[in-house]
Write a protein that binds this ligand. Structure first.
Ligand SMILES: Nc1nc2c(ncn2[C@@H]2O[C@H](COP(=O)(O)OP(=O)(O)O)[C@@H](O)[C@H]2O)c(=O)[nH]1
Ligand SMILES: [Mg+2]
Length: 277
């Protein structure tokens, strides 16, 4: 997509979102617990206005517990209720249903159902959460940014109608660091970011602390014989058999493998950013 096409696309998405906001009583903003600040669309603040909101810190099973606690405290200082969440855990679904039950508006004009919409950048788990809250399977989920096409209303068990949205994020509003982090968590479409740089960055995040370094080494059975992230990446390629013709490690294939392992949650836990001091 060219820059002009992208701007047109974003304008249309933002317009749709603003229209949808006027239809609902509550917005659920979903963030990735490994990257709560960077996985937040900076445009939401303006687009959502004063609409009542809950913040869901999702994928806590992939994040570091202590860091998630710090994020919870940080986010709770703002005006909205915050919920730490693991979409794969039944108890967490129950906890969310209880919160939604307590947030029903007292009066609704024209006796229509209570309405809720879920927003968040691609791949933070919006459709998964929605699927867990309803009785029937309706929304498609997948590890592919933008898989939720169009929008659909769905009836939840707890008496809300919920609108799933595809999620979007302007590529013009982020720096290089944020692009690397967002590429790592699978929020950027393939072909729109450099996988090799991203995997390299991700390895450096794991190497930065003893605990996460151990997570990485244990998972790939890496031996700390070669220092530095590049040596580690080559070693992972060797261990996993990512070779070009001959014995040369295929670094792109290795990078894709690492990103895939990370995105499917095999390489956990790690939190990729802390709350601002
Ligand atoms: N480990 C883990 N994976 C999750 C969680 N929630 C969603 N996922 C996975 O994240 C990927 C993207 O989810 P999806 O609901 O399609 O994200 P959306 O683009 O925001 O609608 C899927 O592979 C889900 O299985 C969670 O709490 N924990
Ligand atoms: Mg979706």
């Amino acid at each position: 997509m060219g820059k002009r096409q992208m701007s047109g696309f974003l304008l249309r998405e933002e317009k749709k979102l603003r229209e949808n906001v006027t239809l609902v009583d509550l917005v659920m903003e979903v963030l990735d617990a490994r990257l709560p600040l960077t996985s937040r669309n900076p445009r939401f603040e303006k687009m959502l206005g004063s609409k009542k909101r809950i913040i869901v810190l999702n994928k806590t099973d992939l994040a570091e517990k202590k860091a998630t606690g710090c994020w919870l405290n940080f986010l709770a200082e703002d005006k909205w209720p915050v919920l730490t969440f693991n979409a794969k855990k039944k108890a967490d679904i129950k906890r969310m249903e209880k919160l939604l039950g307590s947030l029903k508006p007292r009066k609704v004009k024209f006796k229509r159902p209570y309405r809720l919409m879920v927003v968040g950048i691609p791949n933070v788990g919006k459709s998964t959460i929605l699927n867990r809250l309803l009785q029937r399977y309706v929304a498609r989920t997948g590890n592919i940014p933008g898989i939720t096409r169009g929008s659909q209303w769905i009836k939840l068990r707890v008496g809300w109608d919920m609108l799933d949205t595809p999620g979007f994020l302007s590529p013009f509003l982020r720096n290089e660091q944020a692009t690397l982090a967002l590429g790592s968590i699978g929020s950027l479409a393939q072909g729109t970011f450099d996988e090799q740089n991203t995997a390299g960055w991700l390895i450096r995040q794991f190497l930065a602390r003893d605990k996460t370094k151990e997570t990485l080494f244990n998972f790939y059975k890496v031996e700390p014989k070669r220092e530095g992230w590049f040596g580690i990446m080559e070693q992972i390629g060797e261990i996993r058999g990512c070779f070009k013709k001959g014995a040369e490690v295929d670094l792109l294939k290795t990078s894709q493998l690492i990103l895939n392992d990370f995105q499917r949650g095999a390489l956990a836990p790690i939190t990729l950013e802390g709350p601002p001091q």
